[in-house]
Design a protein around this ligand. Structure first.
Ligand code: SF4
Ligand code: F3S
Ligand code: FES
Length: 253
């Protein structure tokens, strides 16, 4: 079954823009990205959109569909009311390049601030052994496709540009949690306190557990309950553990 839909697509660049209305054909089984491609093919070839896999795996086609952060290639038209306009806007948290394309380099800068896995001393790479429970925990976090929808939705930076320098966002706090929970990570021996750094350097305290990040994640990673809350607990345990406190005082002398 085909029908004509009204799309309102944000057109513009860093200097400003507006919602442009289009009437466009929609066919059974199509996703929002199919309709965007039809717009490019039939009405507006200069419409800028980033995409790659069209299978929900590259994380490129992130945008906001009716104000909700979504992957356009995974949003079926059948889930949207056919008699209401579909509004497409770029991710609001990041600077616009053009039309639906945003500059997500904030995220790559945050990724670079996190020290990578520190291999355990004296254990050859082939000799690493981990309990299946620990493997499963990291595997959930490693499903991340870096679509940055969680970063886009988090209120700490969504409307607060001033928080960006001190806040890594859920995707990268989750990365710190993954490394902090990793049984073979030897960062502590290299003088890196991951949970403390999450608190002091990456703004973990700004997260007030609204769960919006978990709600929008297309990989259904339970970011809040499985990464952020445990990381907060670990940071608090370290801060308020009397032995850890005493040790840090002695080390500072
Ligand atoms: Fe996207 Fe989920 Fe990864 Fe966030 S955690 S970047 S929402 S896949
Ligand atoms: Fe933001 Fe997720 Fe925390 S949306 S406030 S990081 S629970
Ligand atoms: Fe790759 Fe949508 S095009 S996730």
């Amino acid at each position: 079954m085909s029908y004509r839909a009204t799309f309102r697509v944000w057109r513009g660049d860093a200097s400003g823009g507006r919602l442009q209305p289009y009437e466009v054909e929609v066919n059974e089984g199509e996703v929002v990205l199919d309709v965007v491609h039809r717009l490019q093919a039939t009405q507006t070839p200069d419409l800028a959109v980033r995409w790659n896999c069209k299978a929900g795996k590259c994380g490129s086609c992130s945008a906001e569909v009716n104000g909700r952060p979504r992957l356009m290639c995974m949003t079926r038209m059948s889930t949207l009311p056919p008699d209401e306009p579909v509004t497409l806007t770029p991710m609001r948290t990041f600077p616009v390049v053009r039309d639906l394309v945003t500059d997500v380099s904030f995220n790559y800068a945050k990724a670079r601030e996190i020290p990578s896995f520190v291999p355990p001393p004296g254990v050859a790479p082939g000799a690493y052994r981990m309990a299946q429970q620990d493997v499963g925990r990291s595997q959930e976090f490693r499903k991340c496709i870096e679509c940055f929808l969680c970063q886009d939705v988090c209120h700490v930076i969504r409307d607060h540009e001033e928080n960006k320098p001190v806040y890594a966002g859920p995707r990268f706090l989750m990365r710190i949690a993954e490394l902090d929970m990793h049984p073979l990570d030897a960062a502590a021996g290299a003088g890196i306190d991951r949970s403390r750094s999450a608190q002091d350097d990456h703004g973990l305290g700004y997260c007030n557990i609204t769960r919006c990040c978990t709600d929008v994640c297309p990989e259904r990673i339970t970011i809040t309950e499985n990464a952020l809350i445990p990381l907060k607990e670990r940071a608090a345990d370290r801060k308020y553990d009397p032995l850890v406190w005493l040790g840090s005082k002695i080390r500072r002398r």
